[in-house]
Design a protein around this ligand. Sequence first.
Ligand code: HEC
Ligand code: HEC
Length: 321
Amino acid sequence: MRISQNGLPASLMIGATLALLSGVTGCARDEAPVPETEVAAVAAVEPVLDGADQLTHGRYLVETVAGCGNCHTPHLPDGLLDPSKKFSGPFVIKEPVFEAHASNITPDVETGIGAWSKDDIVHAIRNGQRPDGTYLGPPMSFGWYRGMSDTDVQAIAAYIKSVPAVRNTVPKSTYQFPLTGYGPPVTHVPDMPKTDQVKYGEYLAGPIGHCMDCHTTYVAGRPDMKQLGRGGNVYTNVFNLGVTAVSANITSDTTAGLGSWTDDEIKRAITTGVSRNGRMLAKMMPFALYAKMEPSDLNAIVAYLRTLPPLSAATAPAAKP
Ligand code: HEC
Ligand code: HEC
């Protein structure tokens, strides 16, 4: 069994991400190419504009590459997020070893986090710890979120505090293992300048968007940084629908990875979920949110992916969860 950096089977974390997308259409590997109309509908989303103002910036990150609402907002039957219940939970993941309920993170004082300060929210995102000292459990990617810059995590917290309060009681999560935190508490992370496009892309694909959590091969329970972007993680029975998804090799390898893809082909996969050959990808990534990214951010991510050292196809992990 592959165990994630949080000490949990990777499949559980990913299964969670998948389950939250279960409202979206099916995700079989051998599915026929998607009709152009569906692609167009996904691609025609309104972009979210970034800005220097803290709230604008926080909204931009949350509503695009960070995609917090994927877990924290209920999905409508067509897969879109319910605008009347934004960030009010609950997204439930039932696994043998835990039952996680994504919290109501709206400012409702009784059922949400209205009593939390901005700093409390920042600490929860980067360190997985509530103001009362208790630790949060998966599937939030605290291992990557630790690297969020002060400016970005504070903007995210400010935006979360500004959304309409929604009254909705979410049951407590239960984890059948101790939650003991995610390393020495992070209190300061410097800004990541946009001047170095590749470095900024690395930051977006890691601490902000945690792309690399799914796309790095797990060894002995952790993403093996020597196999960065190699993929090959197998997730069985996603959505409990009998579908198996394998994370793609997104290194610059010309055969196994994206080395021979054009930039536009890579962008199309990220923002519409259509692979190079027209196949609709398993709905593990929030394509509709990624589609709202600023072109410069999408370019930075692509530029970063281009720098990933080529790695051959991952050998299929022997151990399935
Ligand atoms: C993959 C799913 C997932 C994603 C993505 C996610 N969260 Fe969470 N989040 C959860 C779950 C599940 C919990 C509850 C954990 C628990 O009960 O221990 C949680 C808890 C929280 C809490 C603590 C609330 C409380 O009442 O204890 C905050 C704050 C929070 N998330 C904010 C965010 C923000 C901001 C983002 C985006 C940067 C985000 N989350 C992304 C699943 C997710
Ligand atoms: C929750 C896990 C997860 C996250 C987060 C995620 N991916 Fe993926 N991604 C996958 C899986 C699984 C596939 C393959 C799906 C399939 O083959 O049906 C995939 C496919 C892709 C592909 C298409 C590759 C191909 O060969 O068709 C690209 C490109 C890609 N991801 C890039 C990204 C980028 C960039 C991000 C972050 C902005 C990201 N992914 C975030 C799981 C994830």
